[in-house]
Write a protein that binds this ligand. Structure first.
Ligand code: URA
Length: 303
């Protein structure tokens, strides 16, 4: 076997592991599997997703939920009380990417989020929420960073490895670039509220699935209602598609203002390129800069 063939095989094997969600060979924290009994990783979440026997809509019992785009790697497992909220039917979301209102995780999220009257209560509610499968593999929840109340809310895709370790959104390299982008138009953490469409890191930094974004959505809606922004800056395709409920790619969406209803508020939303993409593609910074200028103008005009 030639060196080239061995190399190709190894590259293929690594790609296969990456598909499975593997992002490190060994984690720094050991997992005590002996103390897990017979429960598999993510078992608590699966339990939470099984509807109560007297559920009003029995279709939820057989609802398979969306198939994850890729299988996930178990890293560490978190425990906590499952939210025992009976699933309810809700009307389908209007337009854009279909959500799964029959999913009990989404119904539980709606009930929990609605009870929060401030961001700290919402954080506590999120900490007790077991309806998003990402929680099982994440080390920390990343809720938000920045101002509690702000005219501009920045929404990204999902926490990455650095964010997962620290428990705050956008603290890694992409976050540092985001801070520089905001500073370029006179904004900083004190004037902006920064969050993501999901609050836990997807294994291997894969794109969150529909189940994952849908179960976090009621929290994002409540968060928006509490922060009371006028403007949204949507970073990257996943955030833009999710918030705007459209299927267009970011290159088509970016730079175009949209009106969106979120958390009972009508907001002006500007999709732009994700700072992680800009780190990989510096030539695209020119387009991001145009979007930032447009944002600055809109902020100035409305003040
Ligand atoms: N990328 C995101 O979309 N969000 C983060 O918090 C970090 C990186």
């Amino acid at each position: 076997m030639s060196i080239e063939t061995i190399k190709e095989d190894l590259v293929e094997l690594l790609a296969f592991y990456a598909e499975l969600g593997v992002d490190c060979a060994l984690s720094e924290e050991a997992v005590d599997w002996l103390n897990h009994g017979h429960a598999a990783p993510g078992d608590a979440i699966r339990q939470a997703l099984v509807p109560a026997p007297n559920s009003r809509d029995r279709r939820t019992a057989s609802h398979p939920g969306p198939v994850p785009e890729r299988t996930r790697q178990g890293e560490t497992r978190r425990s906590g009380g499952a939210a025992t909220v009976r699933p309810e039917r809700r009307p389908p979301a209007a337009g854009g990417a279909a959500r799964s209102p029959l999913d009990p995780g989404v119904a539980a999220a709606g009930t929990l989020a609605a009870r929060a009257s401030n961001l700290e209560e919402l954080r506590t509610a999120l900490e007790s929420f077991e309806g998003c499968a990402l929680r099982a593999t994440a080390k920390n929840m990343c809720f938000y960073r920045g101002a509690k109340s702000a005219r501009l809310m920045v929404i990204g895709e999902a926490p990455g490895r650095d964010e997962d370790l620290v428990g705050r959104p956008f603290v890694g390299r992409a976050g540092q670039l985001l801070d520089r982008m905001l500073a370029a138009i006179g904004l900083n953490e004190e004037s902006v509220h920064i969050t993501n469409v999901v609050y836990w890191r997807p294994p291997g930094n894969r794109t969150p699935t529909l189940q994952e974004t849908s179960s976090c959505r009621p929290f994002l809606e409540r968060q928006t209602a509490l922060v009371e922004p006028q403007f949204l800056l949507l970073l990257g395709g996943a955030a833009a598609k999710n918030v705007l409920e459209v299927s267009d790619g970011i290159m088509r969406l970016r730079g175009k203002w949209k009106q969106v209803s979120l958390g009972g508020r009508t907001l002006r939303a500007l999709p732009t390129l994700h700072p992680a993409y800009l780190l990989r593609t510096p030539a695209a910074k020119r387009q991001a800069w145009q979007d930032l200028i447009s944002l600055q103008r809109a902020l100035l005009e409305s003040s």
